[in-house]
Design a protein around this ligand. Structure first.
Ligand code: SAM
Length: 422
């Protein structure tokens, strides 16, 4: 909420908060955050805490200034702040985003959806597990989690999904890269939940689960997964195939590639073959002579593309300040190149699924339209027929854009395309 906090502080300070020394500036921001957003902390306690921090780590002058500014802020309260009148600026400042991102969403989605989206991405994320149904049923998993005191309920919209409720805030900042719960009934490492080592589940959002479902894989098929690490969708594909067939999991990042094998092992899956390489390279180059049996083309390709990641902003709050508008056309170019390569390894009649964890038309629908325009042998697929019932009305032209405030999922985009021929 940095931008919103600075706006509120700037209304009171005589010089901009950005020009203050970092310790003073950040102490004021922390105090203001508690006063404006944490109703469980009484404002006078927030002021006292900030003043004592300023005295301890700064000077008596800093303590006096902190006291005066935060007292005035508590007197005014959230209702006393004047937010900008301009609609773009108002959302950007009040919900704390860069102007360009809000302007882009307004152009893509309209004002009202942007307001709700921006707010919803500032809330704690939904948190869910995917049942490894090759190990146990979802009902069994829910029962085991419940016995362990976890509030787990079956997802009403994805058959293998389990929602963990009341988990409070959750971050993926754990030293091991695994998500950690910071508060709530499941405080602690996620790996402490029952069944982690036994491979009963994988941490995955419902949007991501729909991407592998959009492939509609069946036993015995050969499927290429481009951009595969850490293996969330590759392992899901293998599970949906009953671990019978081949999932060729391509990933250029060596360290991340190792995670695919780790996850496959933990989940007890044998059909995944991690392959180091760039998704734009032909399979022959990546696999050498081993690619010969695949010369006719593989049954399906999933491109889970590198993207701007705005659908995950609630877990990566600072991403909004690191992202650059200029990166989006570069990402879109890479995404089209990955789809072009995917098309070359697909057999006639095969399915090509494109997924991103972002909310950006330039990286989503426009990439799909460009690909379809360049490849007359491909057509929008029947996405509705392969998605679970609840999602069918949401897809259009073989595409679905999941929005947190509308669908209760992470922000996610999926398109299914099919290549002509039998
Ligand atoms: N599919 C993964 C899962 O479900 O767990 C998540 C994939 S993440 C959205 C995108 C991945 O694409 C990253 O691991 C990134 O390293 C990889 N990537 C980046 N550039 C790539 C390229 N040129 N070819 C293939 N993969 C690439």
């Amino acid at each position: 909420m940095r931008r919103a906090l600075d706006h509120a502080l700037d209304e009171i300070l005589t010089r901009p908060v950005a020009t203050l020394a970092p310790p003073l500036r950040n102490n004021l921001r922390m105090g203001a955050y508690q006063i404006l957003y944490l109703s469980r902390i009484p404002p006078h306690a927030a002021v006292n805490e900030a003043v004592s921090l300023a005295r301890k780590h700064g000077s008596s002058g800093m303590a006096r200034l902190t006291n005066a500014v935060l007292r005035e802020l508590s007197r005014r309260g959230p209702a006393g702040i004047h937010w900008p009148a301009d609609p773009v600026q108002r959302i950007a400042v009040q919900e704390s985003y860069p102007d360009w991102l809000i302007a882009m969403w307004i152009a893509d989605l309209g004002l009202e959806d942007t307001r709700l989206l921006a707010r919803s991405l500032n809330q704690p994320p939904p948190f869910g597990l995917r049942t490894n149904r090759l190990k146990l049923s979802r009902a069994e998993l829910v029962a085991r989690l419940t016995e362990a005191g976890v509030r787990a309920v079956p997802s009403p919209v994805v058959p293998e999904g389990v929602r963990i409720e009341g988990s409070g805030s959750q971050s993926d900042s754990g030293a091991d890269g695994e998500p950690h719960f910071e508060e709530g009934p499941t405080r602690g490492a996620i790996t402490d939940l029952p069944g982690f080592a036994d491979g009963w589940w994988y941490v995955q959002g419902e949007g991501a689960m729909l991407a592998s479902r959009a492939v509609a894989p069946s036993s015995g098929q050969v499927i290429v997964d481009i951009g595969a690490a850490p293996g969330g969708k590759a392992t899901h594909l293998a599970e949906l195939m009953g671990d019978l067939g081949r999932v060729l999991a391509i990933e250029p990042n060596v360290a991340r590639l190792a995670l695919i094998a780790d996850n496959a092992r933990r989940l007890g899956l044998a059909s995944i073959e991690p392959l180091l390489g760039d998704g734009r390279q032909p399979l022959q180059e990546l696999m050498g002579a081993e690619s010969r049996p695949l010369a006719r083309g593989v049954d399906a390709v999933l491109v889970d593309a590198p993207c701007s990641g705005f659908g995950t902003l609630y877990r990566k709050a600072d991403l909004r300040w690191r992202a650059r508008a200029e990166e989006i056309p570069n990402l879109a170019r890479l995404q089209v190149e990955l789809l072009d390569a995917a098309a070359r390894s697909l057999r006639p009649g095969g399915a090509l699924v494109y997924a991103t964890c972002t909310i950006s038309r330039a990286e989503n629908a426009q990439v799909v339209r460009k690909f379809l325009a360049d490849h007359p042998d491909f057509a929008p697929g029947n996405l509705a027929s392969v998605l679970p019932e609840a999602w069918r009305p949401e897809s259009r032209d073989g595409m679905i854009q999941l929005l947190p405030h509308r669908h209760g999922t992470e922000g996610f985009f999926i398109a299914r395309m099919e290549r002509a021929g039998a």
